[in-house]
Design a protein around this ligand. Sequence first.
Ligand SMILES: NC(=O)c1ccc[n+]([C@@H]2O[C@H](COP(=O)([O-])OP(=O)(O)OC[C@H]3O[C@@H](n4cnc5c(N)ncnc54)[C@H](O)[C@@H]3O)[C@@H](O)[C@H]2O)c1
Length: 353
Amino acid sequence: MLTAAVIGCGRMGAEPSGRFDGLIPSGWLPVSHAESFMQARNVNLVALAEINSERLEWAGKIYHINELFKNYNDLFKSISPDIIGVATRTPDKLRILQDACDCGVKGVYIEKPFANNLLDSRKILNKARDSSVIISYGVNRRYHLLYRQARDLIRAGEIGDLIEIIIEFGESPLLWSHPHSVDLIIFLSGQRPIAVQAELVDSTVIRSCDGLIDSDPIVSYAQFWLDGGVRGLIIRGGGCNVRVNGTHGSLEILSDGASIQLRKSNSSQKGYFLLQQTIFPVVQRSATVVAIEALVANVNGELVENISNDEIYFGMQMLWGCVFSHLQQGKKYLLAEMPDDLIITGRVGNVYA
Ligand SMILES: NC(=O)c1ccc[n+]([C@@H]2O[C@H](COP(=O)([O-])OP(=O)(O)OC[C@H]3O[C@@H](n4cnc5c(N)ncnc54)[C@H](O)[C@@H]3O)[C@@H](O)[C@H]2O)c1
């Protein structure tokens, strides 16, 4: 049995998920790290770290955890957890990951977005690899069973060859919402992003000095080119739908995994997708629990599907590419040519993504 600790006991770290009961589709709850570690197999949640004393005490009571630390480095020294969940805001994550690599942690489930610039992302992913630390990432749609079923239908050729993936998560902030969008494009296509063209809401791109965007820009539109010919699109429409178009059909993941609508052409009428099927989830487990169990299995040396370090980095490149394209009047931008030192703080008011 592995041991785990959660660092950051805010909403994603420790807030009980009961507040969402009946309000969101199945397969998401529990969503907090602490609850998900409690529910996951082969791992025991043994400690919590949180800089806010009241919050720390509150979380300790809810989860019946006595090992409570204001400083996560004291937790590392005293408890030596095998796995940690990191649910702080992003500016704190890099230091925590570096210290985790130096303190013998074997697996990390870290909330999105991964970091505030590309250089840091690459450095820490390399350090994790060199320290044999497995990183998993809170882009949890790739762990949701209905999204996985959709990916498997696409891979099985149910809609022919894949053409494009359209993300309808509403006009929303780059670092808060769209780590999920870009990861879905990577996950559903299985391809590598190479270029981007994007339009952001200009008043939300706050350039306080050179090399620093001190905001979380709102995305109006983005188009990504992938190396196998697929395109990914982020549009303004909402509803949490993902539409996937293929040469012989289309597939929609509706309302964030409530159902899949599969449409295919029949043999006599190729131009219309007249064969239609709705697929509802059968047995659903929490995507976060699935993600944590995959990480636990990987740490135990088992081959269970998980996100790779490359996929984490590709997602970060896609987000940063949106900003570079926008800053160049929406020109198509090659990700390989992107400078890696631009900081995007993700700040909204006085909080960060
Ligand atoms: N995966 C998702 O769908 C999803 C959804 C919402 C938020 N998020 C991400 O999760 C992260 C956390 O968001 P949130 O809404 O839970 O934030 P939050 O502000 O509610 O919680 C963050 C907590 O971390 C604590 N903290 C900060 N620095 C710390 C440190 N050094 N050591 C220990 N504790 C520390 C804070 O005191 C706070 O309690 C953000 O990066 C956010 O973008 C992900």
